[in-house]
Design a protein around this ligand. Structure first.
Ligand code: NI
Length: 415
C-alpha cells in the first residue's frame, strides 16, 4: 500500500513550531549561521539521522537510508536571515536588533527537520535514500551558499537523482501550493555605476561636466532597454534603487554613483539586457564628456523547474491537500540560489501558501513586518516528506518496469 503521510505531522507539530520560533528569535546573517547549524545538528543527532557538515562553513547534509535500495531524493532548506530590524512585536520576535528572519528561512529549517522526523520514522519502508540539505547564505547573491556547498563536494558520496525545495509564500493562502513547469524565479544581477565629470561653480556650467545631468541622461536612456529592446512577450526589470551625488545647491557635482538590479527569466534576454546596459552607460557618458566605471555582478541564474518534477509536486499536493490546492500562479522575478542546484540536478521548487487570514494586503517577504501563518508548517513538513516518498516510488516503478521489459525481452529471444 502506498505510504500516505497526511496528518502524520500532527504528533511533532508542537516541537517543530517551538523550533521555528527559536530560529526566529535568534536569526543569523548569511555565512554566520553557526548557532542555527549547531541546533540543526543537535536535532539530527537526537533523531538518530547521520549527517556530515562543514559545506560552505555551516551547511549540513543529513542522510536517511531507506530499508530497500533505490534512487536518491534531496530536499533543501536555506538557513540565513536578513539585515532588517523586525517590527512585528510578536512574542517570539527577533532578539537581535538589525537581524530578522524576514524571508521565512526559519520555517524552512524547522519544516525540513519535521520532514526528516517523518521520513526517518518510516525509513524501513522507503526504497532509496533521502538527503537533507541545510544550506547557508541564500541571501548573498552572487556568491550564495548552493555554489560553495557544491564546491565543497556535498554530493560526492550521495548524488541526488532529483532535488526539491519549498519557499513560504505570503500571497497564497494556507493549503495552497504554487508551482510552475519552466521558469519560476528570475535571474538577478546587480550593478554599481560611478560617473565622473568635473565640478565647478553653479553659475558657470560651461566650465564643468555636470555629473548629475550625465547620470540623468544615462538613467533615462536605460529605461528604453525594457521598453524598446526586450521582446514584449519576454520579461525583464531594470531598477535603480539608489543614487548619490553632489555637495550643495551652488556647486556642480563632479561625481554621481547609482546602483540597481536587472531581473530576467531567459538567459538570452539577460545577455542582451546586460550588453545594452553597458553600451548605454558608456555611450551616453562618453558623448557628454564624462567617464563611467561599471561594476557588474552576475547573480543567481533563473530558477527553472523540470516539467516532470513540477507536475510531480502538483500531483502530490493535490492528493495531500485536495484537487484545488494548486492554483495558477505567475512566475516571480525574485532571485533564488536554489537555481544553482537545479543547474546540476533535475528537480523543482515550489511556494507554500502562508498568508495571514483576514489581511487583505499581506506584508511581503523581506519586509520588517513580514509574518507567516504557522498553520502552514505542518502542511509544509508533510508535503515535503510525501514529495520525497512519491518520487522514490516513481523511480521504483521505473526500475520494475525496465526489469520487466528486460525479462520479457529475454523470454522473447528464448522463444
Ligand atoms: Ni528566501
Amino acid at each position: 500500500m502506498k505510504l500516505n503521510l497526511k496528518g502524520e505531522g500532527k504528533k511533532h507539530i508542537q516541537e517543530i513550531i517551538k523550533l521555528r520560533r527559536h530560529f526566529h528569535q535568534y536569526p543569523e546573517l548569511s555565512g554566520e549561521e553557526f548557532e542555527t547549524s549547531k541546533k540543526v545538528q543537535e536535532k539530527l543527532r537526537e533523531y538518530n539521522i547521520p549527517f556530515t557538515t562543514g559545506y560552505a562553513k555551516t551547511g549540513i547534509l543529513g542522510v536517511i537510508e531507506g530499508g530497500r535500495p533505490g534512487k536518491t531524493v534531496a530536499l533543501r532548506a536555506d538557513m540565513d536571515a536578513l539585515p532588517i530590524t523586525e517590527e512585528t512585536n510578536l512574542p517570539y520576535a527577533s532578539k537581535k536588533k538589525g537581524t530578522m528572519h524576514a524571508c521565512g528561512h526559519d520555517a524552512h529549517v524547522a519544516m525540513l527537520l519535521g520532514t526528516a522526523r517523518l521520513l526517518n520514522e518510516t525509513k524501513d519502508k522507503l526504497s532509496g535514500k533521502v538527503l537533507l540539505v541545510f544550506q547557508p547564505s541564500e541571501e548573498i547573491t552572487p556568491i550564495g551558499g548552493a555554489g560553495p556547498m557544491l564546491e565543497d563536494q556535498v554530493f560526492a558520496e550521495h548524488t541526488p537523482d532529483v532535488i526539491f525545495a519549498q519557499h513560504v509564500w505570503p500571497d497564497l493562502p494556507v493549503g495552497q501550493v504554487g508551482v510552475l513547469p519552466g521558469p519560476m524565479m528570475g535571474a538577478s544581477d546587480r550593478f554599481i555605476v560611478e560617473i565622473e565629470g568635473s565640478g565647478g561653480h553653479a553659475s558657470m556650467p560651461h566650465q564643468t561636466v555636470d555629473a548629475i545631468i550625465v547620470a540623468n541622461s544615462v538613467i533615462g536612456n536605460l529605461q528604453t532597454i525594457v521598453s524598446r529592446n526586450v521582446n514584449p512577450v519576454d520579461s525583464a526589470v531594470l531598477t535603480i534603487g539608489r543614487i548619490e551625488g553632489g555637495y550643495r545647491y551652488n556647486v556642480v557635482a563632479d561625481k554621481v554613483t547609482f546602483e540597481g538590479t536587472i531581473r530576467t527569466f531567459k538567459n538570452k534576454t539577460k545577455q542582451m539586457v546586460k550588453e545594452r546596459f553597458q553600451s548605454i552607460v558608456q555611450g551616453v557618458t562618453d558623448s557628454m564628456g564624462a567617464k563611467a566605471k561599471i561594476e557588474y555582478y552576475d547573480g543567481y541564474p533563473a530558477t527553472v523547474n523540470d516539467e516532470q518534477w513540477a507536475n510531480h509536486i502538483k500531483r502530490t499536493s493535490q492528493q495531500l491537500l485536495g484537487p484545488n490546492s494548486t492554483p495558477v500562479v505567475e512566475p516571480c522575478l525574485g532571485g533564488e540560489d536554489f537555481s544553482r542546484f537545479l543547474l546540476k540536478y533535475p528537480g523543482a521548487y515550489f511556494w507554500l501558501g502562508t498568508a495571514i487570514p483576514g489581511v487583505i494586503k499581506q506584508n511581503p517577504l523581506h519586509d520588517p513586518m513580514f509574518m507567516l501563518n504557522e498553520s502552514a508548517i505542518q502542511i509544509g513538513m508533510e508535503l515535503m516528506a510525501q514529495i520525497a516518498i512519491d518520487a522514490l516510488n516513481h523511480f521504483q516503478v521505473e526500475v520494475e518496469q525496465s526489469e520487466l521489459q528486460s525479462v520479457l525481452g529475454k523470454v522473447a529471444n528464448f522463444q
